[in-house]
Design a protein around this ligand. Structure first.
Ligand SMILES: [Zn+2]
Length: 297
C-alpha cells in the first residue's frame, strides 16, 4: 500500500472511532507518485463488532501465538498494479495469499499457534486488526502489505516498518488515558493505580514492546537476506495505526511493489510467495525462541 493512503487512514480512523456519525463511504482522493487514485474508507465499518478469528495450530495455549494481518480487503483493494498480460493486480489479494502462505509455513513447522485477522476477501476496520492481536494475547503481530510506485516501474523491494518513537510514546499516553481500567498489560496489573502510575506502566510496556518489534525487524532482514528482495532502505518507522498495540510486538511488512515486474512475479506466484513465507517463518521462530528465553519463569 502507499504510505500516504495509510497515513490518511490513520488520520481518519480516530474520526470514526470517536463518533463522526453517519459518515459512510467517504471518498478520499489520494495522490500517489503523481497518479490519483481513490480510497473508499467506510467509516461506519469501524463501529462493527469485533469478531475474533479462530486460532490454528497446537491446542496448548502456552504455545506462542502469531497474528498475521492481510492488509486491506473487500471494498478496499489497496495498491493496484497491472501484470504483463494487462490483468489487474490488487494489493488485497497479494496480502491475503502471502498471509495464507505464511500461516501454512508456520503450521507445517509446528509448535506455533496462528490466527489470521481475515482469511477471505472482506473489509476489516483498521482499529480491529491490532485489537484482535491484543484480545488473543498474541506474541507477535505481522501486518502484510504491498506498495505502489505509480509509473515508476523501476522502484521495487520489500521493507519492514515499526512504530516511530514519537508515535509510540503518544500511543502509550493515549492508551493509558483510554484503558486506565484495563486489568492486564504485559502481565502488569494497572487497575486501581493512579492515572500517573498507569501512564508510566503503559509507557514501560510500550518500550519493551517496541524493542521486541525492532529485534524482530532485524531478524526479518537477517533471515530474509537471500530470499527476499529488499528495498535499499528496508528498515523504517512510521506512525502507523496498526502498530499501536502497547503490549504486542508489531511490524508491518511491505512485501514489494505491485508496480514492479520482479516484485509482482514473486508475490503473485506460489513459488515466490513460498520463498517469502519461509524466510518470514524462520525470523518468527528465532524471535519467539529468544522471547521465550527472556520471559520470567
Ligand atoms: Zn497496504
Amino acid at each position: 500500500m502507499s504510505l500516504r493512503s495509510l497515513a490518511l487512514i490513520v488520520l481518519l480512523v480516530p474520526l470514526a472511532v470517536f463518533g463522526a456519525a453517519g459518515l459512510m463511504g467517504w471518498r478520499v482522493p489520494v495522490p500517489v507518485w503523481g497518479r490519483d487514485y481513490v480510497v473508499h474508507v467506510a467509516l461506519g465499518a469501524a463501529r462493527a463488532p469485533l469478531v475474533l478469528p479462530p486460532v490454528e495450530g497446537p491446542a496448548d495455549p502456552s504455545r506462542p501465538l502469531v497474528v498475521i494481518d492481510a492488509g486491506h480487503g473487500g471494498r478496499d483493494p489497496g495498491a493496484i498494479g497491472t501484470d504483463a498480460a494487462g490483468r489487474r493486480v490488487a494489493e488485497k489479494d497479494i496480502t491475503l495469499a502471502l498471509a495464507q502462505a505464511l500461516r501454512a509455513e508456520l503450521l507445517r513447522g509446528g509448535g506455533i499457534r496462528v490466527a489470521l485477522t481475515r482469511a477471505d476477501d472482506r473489509i476489516l476496520p483498521l482499529a480491529h486488526r491490532p485489537e484482535i492481536a491484543r484480545r488473543l494475547e498474541a506474541d507477535l503481530f505481522v501486518s502484510i502489505h504491498a506498495d505502489s510506485a505509480g509509473d515508476k516501474a523501476e522502484v521495487g523491494g520489500a521493507s519492514i516498518y515499526t512504530l516511530s518513537e514519537a508515535a509510540s510514546s503518544e500511543a502509550a499516553a493515549r492508551f493509558a488515558a483510554r484503558e486506565n481500567d484495563a486489568d492486564r498489560l504485559n502481565g502488569i496489573a494497572i487497575a486501581g493505580t493512579s492515572p500517573a502510575v498507569s501512564a508510566i506502566l503503559v509507557e514501560l510496556s510500550q518500550q519493551r514492546t517496541q524493542e521486541a518489534a525492532l529485534t524482530f525487524a532485524d531478524l526479518v532482514l537477517r533471515e530474509g537476506g537471500s530470499a527476499i528482495a529488499f528495498h535499499p532502505q528496508p528498515q523504517r518507522s512510521a506512525a502507523l495505526a496498526v502498530l499501536r498495540a502497547p503490549d504486542v510486538p508489531s511490524v508491518l511488512f511491505e512485501s514489494g511493489f505491485v508496480t514492479n515486474t520482479t516484485d509482482r512475479a514473486r508475490l503473485t506466484t506460489p513459488e515466490g510467495r513460498a520463498a517469502y513465507a519461509a524466510a518470514l517463518a524462520r525470523a518468527i521462530r528465532v524471535f519467539l525462541a529468544r522471547e521465550a528465553a527472556r520471559a520470567p519463569g
